[in-house]
Write a protein that binds this ligand. Structure first.
Ligand code: ASP
Length: 441
């Protein structure tokens, strides 16, 4: 028997009635597409509003006692329009009225935001003529809003095992008392992954409006090559460094069972997209890289102290300064008698002087120097593992583009090489490395 496919459709894939029709054609074309996860309607054109953003706005206005009718009207028009154009009998006015009343009665921010997916799920279920399963009944959060993996897995798999097909709204769930909580923005990707895991799916399709992952940001390099196949680990490396497309946390639920994720384009079904797998189906090409991603805006604190490595507890004291100030450490490259702590500029803003003072008190270093305006880029690929010449090629490319390298870090897994450069050299560096490797991919 063919394995079940879980298909998640993003906001742009369900932004209006024409997109709903495309989605129905996709679903009906393969009877294995049984469980469908949906986002709220997204933008139809540049400058349009996402329903989730409008809902957040309604909540914001309502919580300050300001009239939100005008904003809610945009939400109303969008859903009523979809219903009319698809000739659905869904009691949309009643559903909208209930949401409106709840926002007026100061429902929580998460409740308000979740209604975009909730209503869209009901509409798509009607359009497909299959059952709707409210995520509040099957995706469980703990009382404080942390996601509860164990109970969700149990609730979801029990419910899905009784159904042949269903539409499940993404992005939210509820605690045992029914209070709604959402994942972070873009969290419908996580719901899709949870459903795929609970349904023991053979494939998790994530339908969006891009051709999948590209080797580099298309805003930096024109028409970069697509990535056809990528491992969970490689993807983790790229999305950690800011490559968008899929929510960072969406790989964890399916990773356990090794369920592949396929990124597909609703508007170009003939494209094969990107397949995210546990281990490569095709042979790893030695000497090749999979992709390059990065971010600007890091600050480096460079701490020097003679014999630091033999001082027991030095690192613990250093790290605890950052922990107690609620700052995540991105990287900590070290050398003899010195260590650098790299943090995001926006995290340390306003706290830098305090941190330096505390490091002085607790760690008693010989000196602390700070550098700002650093960008980090990660060159990622399992083809780099135990392969000679990769770093030579990267650093030659940077040298030939006249770029000064401020930091280098490579973990022992050899899956990625992370390089620190000046913010202003970021785009040039990414392009230089891409050009050095592109012909071999
Ligand atoms: N609608 C939510 C957002 O805009 C969640 C999602 O689309 O995945 O973030």
């Amino acid at each position: 028997m063919d394995r079940i496919i879980v298909a998640k459709f993003g906001g742009s894939s369900l932004a209006d009635s024409a997109q709903f029709k495309k989605v129905r054609t996709i679903i009906r074309e393969n009877p294995n597409r049984k469980f469908i996860v949906v986002s709220a309607p997204g933008k139809r054109y540049r400058g349009d509003h996402k329903i989730t953003d409008l809902l957040y706005m309604c909540h914001q206005l309502s919580s300050h006692g300001i009239n939100f009718d005008e904003v809610f009207q945009l939400i109303r028009e969008r859903y009523v329009g979809i219903c009319k154009e698809l000739e659905l009998n869904t009691p949309i006015e009643e559903i909208l009225e209930e949401v409106y009343e709840n926002i007026l009665r100061k429902a929580t921010r998460d409740y308000c935001a979740s209604r975009g997916e909730y209503i869209n799920g009901i509409l798509l279920a009607d359009f497909l003529d299959i059952p709707f399963v409210d995520a509040a009944e099957v995706i469980r959060f703990k009382a404080k809003g942390d996601y509860d993996e164990e109970i969700t897995e149990k609730l979801l798999s029990e419910r899905l095992s009784k159904l042949d097909a269903a539409v499940i709204p993404g992005f939210y769930g509820a605690d045992k008392d029914g209070n709604i909580f959402t994942f972070s923005r873009g969290g419908s990707d996580i719901t899709g992954s949870l459903v795929a895991n609970a349904a023991n799916a053979g494939l998790y399709e994530n339908w969006t409006d891009v051709p999948g992952f590209l080797m580099v940001d298309p805003n930096i390099v024109e028409n970069p090559k697509p990535i056809r196949e990528i491992t969970y680990e490689e993807l983790r490396g790229l999305s950690y460094m800011g490559a968008p497309v899929l929510h960072e946390e969406a790989i964890f639920p399916v990773k356990k069972k090794g369920i592949p994720i396929q990124i597909r384009n609703t508007n170009k079904v003939e494209d094969e997209g990107t397949l995210i797998v546990h281990s490569r189906l095709s042979k790893t090409k030695h000497g090749k890289i999979t992709g390059i991603a990065g971010k600007k805006g890091f600050t480096v604190l460079s701490i020097e102290k003679t014999f630091m490595t033999s001082e027991k507890g030095f690192l613990r004291k250093l790290v605890s300064v950052f922990e107690s100030n609620d700052i995540s450490i991105e990287h900590m490259p070290s050398s003899i008698d010195s260590i650098s702590v790299i943090v995001a500029e926006e995290d340390i803003k306003g706290k830098l002087d305090k941190i330096i003072e505390e490091v002085r008190i607790f760690c008693k270093p010989d000196s602390i120097t700070t550098y700002t305006n650093m960008a980090l880029l990660a060159v990622v690929g399992s083809g780099m593992i135990r392969t000679k010449g990769i770093s030579a090629k990267i650093f030659t490319a940077l040298y030939e583009s006249d770029i000064n390298i401020r930091m280098i870090s490579q973990g022992s897994s050899e899956l990625s090489i992370i390089i620190g450069i000046e913010n202003e050299d970021y785009e040039k560096s990414v392009a230089a490395i891409y050009n050095a490797f592109v012909d071999e991919v």
